[in-house]
Design a protein around this ligand. Sequence first.
Ligand code: SPV
Ligand code: MN
Length: 632
Amino acid sequence: MGFMNDSDWHFLEGLLAEPCRNKLQLLANVRLNRFIADAAALCRPEKVRVCDDSATDREFIRLRALDTGEEQALVTPGHTVHFDGFAHGGRHDQARDKENTRFLLNEGEDLGPGFNTLPRPAGLVEIRERLAGSMAGKEMLMRFYCLGPNDSSFSLPCVQLTDSPYAAHCGDLLFRPGFDTFRKLAGGENFFRMLHSAGRLENGVSADVDGRRIYVDLAEELGYCVNTQYAGNSVGLKKPALRLAISRADREGWLAEHMFLMGVHGPAGRVTYFTGAYPSACGKTSTAMLPGETILGDDLVYIRVLDGVARAVNVEQGILGIIEGVNREDDAELFRVLHRPGEVIFSNVLVSGGRPYWIGMGEELPVEGVNYAGPWYQGMRDSADREIAPSFRGNARYAIALDPLSNLDPRADDPAGVPVGGIIYGGRDSDTAVPVQESFDWSHGIITMGAALESETTAATLGAQGVRKCDPMAILDFLSIPLGRYLQNNLRFGGKPHRPPRIFATNYWLKDAEGRFLNHKLDKAVWLKWMELRVHGEVSALEGPTGRVPRYEDLERLFRQVLGKSYAPEAYREQFQIRITRNLAKIERILAFYEKVPDLPREFGEILAEQGKRLAEWQSRKGDVLNPSDLL
Ligand code: SPV
Ligand code: MN
């Protein structure tokens, strides 16, 4: 066949049906063939199926996921449910596994403190041992994707091998098809590779989660994943490929970010594009899905400077969103798409009468059904005597493609990307930052808003509640280059376009002394419109010590226009008072977090020190709290 002639290839050839051989022949890619041949020889599948972008192959994957029991059909056509492993009182498989996600590094390579790494030779031996024979009796599926729009300078081709039709099905919903992209590569070697096995299954669920490993080989741009199905681990295109892309972007001078991408609709039909980084469960998807605006993506973007303009694309074409709290009133369009006939994979929800239910859906939940723990009834407890929630708390999800959304931005697939007007950083902060503010300039934003992004833990995460964790640019879990270097890249990036995007920080989570939220969930719609006007210099702002804050009269007008609500001066005062002492305490926490981080940019300390100085000056005049009217 004009491929290679080694024994691995012969082994693979025996597993390929004729049409699959033809597909590989069409791609004529030696590096690709070596990868599959090696993976097949290692994982020992019964068959190998090469899938292209055709509807037939997509349908095949959908049906296979039902056949293998990884998904079950629900009553609404196109709806399925998938459960990830759940050990009573023990280790479950319903979230990304940080502990067992490791970078394989060559001798002499070092990512600095805070990274989970292994020497490459030892890591490869271990992961290959775990993968050996892992596909026995199963079919290895080969899927081709394109990260970023097709036929674009942003495109990154990626191939995924998996024995999990569920992982392949998720990939098909979330990522753009890439068989054609591989054909156009014409044998080129520039692509990411992912190898996944769900391992041994029990009732369609990965059974050996203690042997779960997600290893990222940066030198080879290759991700390995075994003994897990949870999509944030197993869909290599998502978080494993983000790690590879960050490293690639570092070498090539662009940015790969954990951000949404959306169009904010300004006056006279103007659309201004924003990216936004928020840690998990902090309102990232709901921001991108706000009524009246348009979504391009909710999780991953690549940003490049093209012809002097910072431009961004959505890496994906779908959403893997948290379902908890998605309700008809606050998330009308999403709610509609999650109920209409059409492809949706629900995961770790409650199923009753063939329909999915989840916490916070705004409807009464059935008192019994089937969920991630098996047959379930209200009040059921696990072996550690903890109540089993109806849907998995905090991380039950849905996977959908973006196209059925009526608020999909028409430029979502533009190969040239969209110009970035603003970048937003937002965390869960009950008592420090104002709801929205703008940085003084690019560097001030990158350091005091991006690098200093903090979020409070919630009941959804293990451990104590309300503990603040610093999560720079909401990307800490995925960083594959030293943090100091990543910040340096971000700072430098601002100097590349003619005009860098403006940088903003939002905080949707402010509470009063009684612990009540100071803002409604939809108030963020107003903050977005204000930011849009700021990008075009159409509203002025007040110069505070931590950034530029909105004027009352602008917000009052926007609350009326956008939400048809009045906005009381007292509400403004309470929300936008600058909590000086708390902001000073935050600087101390940030400095402590970064204390051991090597090679921080020179500006880092300077910018935080200046901010501290401004706050201290106001403190000596006003005490703990500064009213926005003091800035007039
Ligand atoms: C996140 O947790 O940031 C997600 C879901 O987007 S996962 O795919 O698990 O990363
Ligand atoms: Mn994410």
